[in-house]
Ligand binder design. Structure first.
Ligand SMILES: Cc1cc2nc3c(=O)[nH]c(=O)nc-3n(C[C@H](O)[C@H](O)[C@H](O)COP(=O)(O)OP(=O)(O)OC[C@H]3O[C@@H](n4cnc5c(N)ncnc54)[C@H](O)[C@@H]3O)c2cc1C
Length: 386
């Protein structure tokens, strides 16, 4: 398959080498058991791939978002699911950009070495959903700590993480000028918190995605775990979300190429009416169209990454890349399933698994409508719709 922009060929080759040890059958088994790919994650951590964006002074590789996104893309392009690990790649960014020198010294070298997992970020709440700034979880300063009470939902990888980034309200909504003020970010040591004010309840879901409800009941968080300035957490969060969106766009691109490659191969091999099904325009044109859409989305993904790496504003491009890539991968998933006819439904072809996995990205980490609302308001100057 000839693609337009496969940057960083040396990283791709090395990640593919690692992924070859974890073939389709491995991920299929993990999916069937709703298990976590521990061996795969351990191999990625040992090889240092998840520390790509940590500066060299803290033991990482000091690479940019473009290179990091190639790592995530290749995992999905090889048939895996980077959702098991992508938090480790970007959650540390909040600490890196906004943490104190002491916090960075304390956590980043251990994260880079794979001794500490920072896989989780807790933002979403059951009653407020996409209206993030109205979230109700509170962190109240008392003596040397903050006392956290409230509830979160859909918080991923908590059972496979040591640290979690938490967004909570430190100043009541009624007392701030703008909704986005009065929110703060904390680093939560899950090893101490779970069972001591934090309860974790797994959510059974459509994908093999380790995700949970969290209940905070007077969890005491040391004051030194506040990241940056109290009340500025929402602003800090936004910078990190751009990286998350660009990385997830890259995962969708990886999925998209995987679907196109599988569909193309099958269309060439499957003989019906005494000829390959791929010789019918009704079969080959949708595959070609899916490929074109992935190629186009890929260019926006690289634009978002390049801007992030150049420290230029990239919110619009990260949002648009995530939307285009998620839509293109979903379209490619549909085409791939259709091309395989009944066999697309058989687990051993892995298409139904990847089909479920890639569907998630039109809802998380931000749903499509919220991206439309952002573009309409911030790029087109239309009235805010919510
Ligand atoms: C598997 C999974 C893993 C996740 N992991 C995490 C995680 O690790 N951490 C975390 O914090 N969150 C996580 N999430 C949550 C995810 O980010 C949210 O589900 C997502 O942002 C949408 O929020 P919601 O589910 O509350 O939907 P809602 O906000 O209730 O929206 C429901 C629907 O209404 C639409 N809608 C809402 N408001 C408007 C409007 N004004 N205009 C037009 N349409 C609107 C939305 O687009 C959506 O289609 C995860 C979710 C899933 C499913």
């Amino acid at each position: 398959m000839q693609t337009t922009a496969d940057l960083h060929p040396e990283i791709r080759e090395a990640v593919r080498d690692l992924c070859r040890q974890f073939p389709d059958a491995y991920f299929r088994r993990i999916d069937e058991r709703r298990a976590y790919p521990d061996d795969f994650v351990a191999a990625l951590l040992a090889a240092g791939w998840l520390a790509a964006m940590i500066p060299e002074e803290y033991g990482g590789s000091g690479l940019g978002l473009t290179a990091a996104s190639v790592i995530m893309e290749e995992i999905n392009r090889c048939g895996g699911n980077a959702a098991a690990v992508h938090g480790q790649m970007y959650n540390m960014g909040t600490l890196l950009r906004n943490g104190s020198p002491a916090q960075k010294e304390r956590y980043l070298p251990a994260i880079a070495a794979g001794r500490l997992r920072i896989q989780s970020m807790a933002v979403t709440e059951p009653t407020t959903g996409s209206d993030t700034t109205r979230l109700r979880t509170t962190a109240v300063r008392r003596d040397g700590c903050y006392v956290v009470s409230g509830q979160k939902v859909w918080i991923s990888r908590v059972r496979h993480s040591d640290l979690m980034i938490l967004l909570a309200r430190t100043t009541p909504l009624a007392e701030v000028r703008r909704k986005a003020e009065g929110l703060s970010i904390f680093i939560i040591d899950l090893r101490e918190a779970i069972g001591n004010g934090l309860e974790v309840r797994p959510i059974a879901n459509m994908v093999n995605h380790e995700t949970n409800e969290l209940f905070f009941d007077g969890l005491e968080v040391p004051a030194e775990n506040l990241i940056g300035e109290e009340g500025q957490g929402f602003r800090y969060l936004l910078d990190g979300l751009n990286a998350e969106r660009a990385l997830i766009a890259a995962e969708c691109i990886g999925d998209g190429y995987w679907f196109v490659e599988r569909a193309t191969r099958y269309a060439g091999e499957r003989i019906v009416f005494e000829r390959p099904i791929g010789s019918n325009q009704g079969v080959q044109f949708p595959i070609a169209e899916a490929f074109i859409d992935i190629e186009a989305a890929n260019l926006m993904r690289y634009e978002a990454c390049a801007r992030f790496d150049a420290q230029r504003p990239c919110g619009a491009q990260a949002n648009m890349a995530k939307h285009l890539a998620a839509r293109a991968s979903w379209q490619a998933a549909n085409v791939c399933l259709q091309t395989h006819g009944g066999f697309g439904f058989a687990s051993e072809y892995d298409i139904e698994r990847k089909f479920r996995e890639t569907r998630l990205y039109q809802v998380a980490p931000i749903s499509t409508n919220l991206i439309f609302a952002y573009v309409a308001e911030h790029l087109l100057g239309l009235p805010r719709s919510y």
